[in-house]
Design a protein around this ligand. Structure first.
Ligand code: F0G
Length: 356
C-alpha cells in the first residue's frame, strides 16, 4: 500500500464498491500535534485529525463517496437524507458529482448557515421541517420506503464503511495504534464506524490492539453519555435535545447500540461537555493551534480537557481527537463570540492609533 497516496481510496480492498467510485478526492486529512493545548493539559501526545479538510468540509465525505457510489452500483436514481447540516452538504455535493438528484430534510432554523449554503448551491432539493433532526430522520426514512429513494443517513451501512477509514488513516499517519480515539457523538455513526474498521484491521492481523473509543456529547444532548455513566443496558432517547453545537443536536441516535458496544468493548467512555466548554475549546484550537473547527468538532478536544483535568486518563496516553467539521461551516456562531472588526477612517494615523 505504501505507493498509494494517503486518500480514502487507498483502502479500496476494505470497501464494498466494485464500480468506478464517485470521488472528490476525500480523505488524507491532516493529523495535527496539539502541542500547546497538550502541554497545558500535561499531555505529550495529543493529536487532532482535521476532518474539516475534506472536500465539503466534514467527515461525511468519506461516507458519501462510498454511499453515493453504492447508490449508482445498485441502480438507484435519487438519493436522500435528513441532516443537522453536514450530511446534507456532503450528499448534495456527491450527488452533483454523480449527476443524480438529491433531497435533504433539515430541522428548520437549526442548521448552520454554511451547511445550508452548500446544500443549496450544489443543487439539492432542500426542505426545512418544523421539527427536530430526529423527526426529520423518521420522515425521510418513510419517504424513501414509500417512493424508492436511496437513504444515505448513517442507518445506511455503506456510509459507515467509508467513515471507518478515519481510523485507518490515523494509524498510517501515527505509525501505530493510538491509545485513545475521541469523537463527538450525535447519531453515533462515526464512532461505530471507526470501531468497526479497527476491528477489521485486528482480524486481518495488521494491528494487535484497539484504542479506547471515547465519545463526547453536548450537555443538553447526551443520551449516549448518560447510558455510559449510569451503566444502562441501552440508550434512552432525549426528546428535546439542545446545544449550540447544532451538528450534534440529536436525541435519539440511530447507531446507539453499536456505539455502546464500541465504547464498552474497548474500555472507553462517553462524557458530556457544556456549550461554554465547547466554545472555549473552539477558540483555543483556533488561537493556540491554528486549527479552525465548528463547535461540534471542538467537543472531542473539550472532552479530553475535562478528562485530563479530572484525572480520568493517563497523561502518557497517545490520543487522537477527531475534529469533524470546518470553522467556516458555522460563521454565525463565530461572529457572535468574537469582537467585531475595528472600523477606522482610511488613513495611516487612524490605523496607527488603533494598533497602539
Ligand atoms: N460532528 C459533526 C461536525 C457532525 O456534523 C456530526 C453529525 C457529528 C460530529 C456526529 O457524528 O452523527 O456520526 O455521531 N452530523 C450529522 C449530519 C448528524 O446530519 O450532518 P455522528
Amino acid at each position: 500500500w505504501d505507493s498509494r497516496p494517503l486518500k480514502l481510496w487507498r483502502y479500496k480492498e476494505l470497501l464494498p464498491v466494485s464500480r468506478e467510485p464517485v470521488t472528490l478526492q476525500e480523505g488524507g486529512t491532516p493529523l495535527y500535534h496539539l502541542k500547546t493545548i497538550g502541554e497545558e493539559l500535561g499531555l505529550k501526545e495529543l493529536y487532532a485529525k482535521h476532518e474539516g479538510m475534506n472536500p465539503s468540509g466534514s467527515f461525511k465525505d468519506r461516507g458519501m463517496t462510498v454511499g453515493v457510489s453504492m447508490a449508482l452500483q445498485l441502480g438507484m436514481k435519487t438519493v436522500a437524507c435528513a441532516s443537522t447540516g453536514n450530511t446534507s452538504a456532503s450528499l448534495a455535493q456527491y450527488a452533483a458529482k454523480a449527476g443524480i438528484p438529491s433531497v435533504v430534510l433539515l430541522p428548520a432554523g437549526k442548521v448552520a448557515l454554511g451547511k445550508v449554503a452548500q446544500a443549496l448551491m450544489h443543487g439539492a432539493k432542500v426542505i426545512a421541517i418544523r421539527g427536530n433532526f430526529d423527526r426529520a430522520l423518521e420522515m425521510v426514512h418513510d419517504l424513501c420506503i414509500k417512493e424508492g429513494l436511496y437513504l444515505l443517513n448513517s442507518v445506511n451501512p455503506y456510509r459507515l464503511e467509508g467513515q471507518k477509514t478515519i481510523g485507518f488513516e490515523a494509524i498510517d499517519q501515527l505509525g501505530g495504534v493510538p491509545d485513545r480515539m475521541v469523537l463527538p457523538v450525535g447519531n453515533a455513526g462515526n464512532i461505530s464506524a471507526v470501531h468497526k474498521g479497527l476491528g477489521e484491521l485486528i482480524k486481518l492481523g495488521f494491528i494487535d490492539s484497539m484504542p479506547m473509543m471515547t465519545g463526547v456529547q453536548a450537555e443538553g444532548s447526551r443520551p449516549v453519555a448518560d447510558a455510559i455513566s449510569k451503566k444502562l443496558p441501552e440508550v434512552i432517547p432525549d426528546k428535546n435535545p439542545e446545544t449550540i453545537a447544532t451538528a450534534i443536536r440529536i436525541g435519539a441516535p440511530v447507531n446507539a447500540e453499536k456505539a455502546l458496544r464500541a465504547i464498552r468493548e474497548t474500555n472507553g467512555t462517553a462524557l458530556s461537555v457544556t456549550d461554554e466548554e465547547i466554545l472555549a475549546m473552539q477558540r483555543d484550537l483556533a488561537r493556540k493551534e491554528g486549527v479552525g473547527v465548528e463547535p461540534a468538532s471542538a467537543a472531542s478536544v473539550a472532552g479530553i480537557k475535562k478528562m485530563a483535568e479530572e484525572g480520568l486518563l493517563d497523561k502518557d496516553e497517545r490520543i487522537v481527537c477527531v475534529v469533524t467539521g470546518h470553522l467556516l461551516k458555522d460563521p454565525e456562531t463565530v461572529i457572535r463570540q468574537c469582537e467585531p472588526p475595528t472600523e477606522i477612517d482610511a488613513d495611516l494615523e487612524s490605523l496607527l492609533s488603533v494598533l497602539r
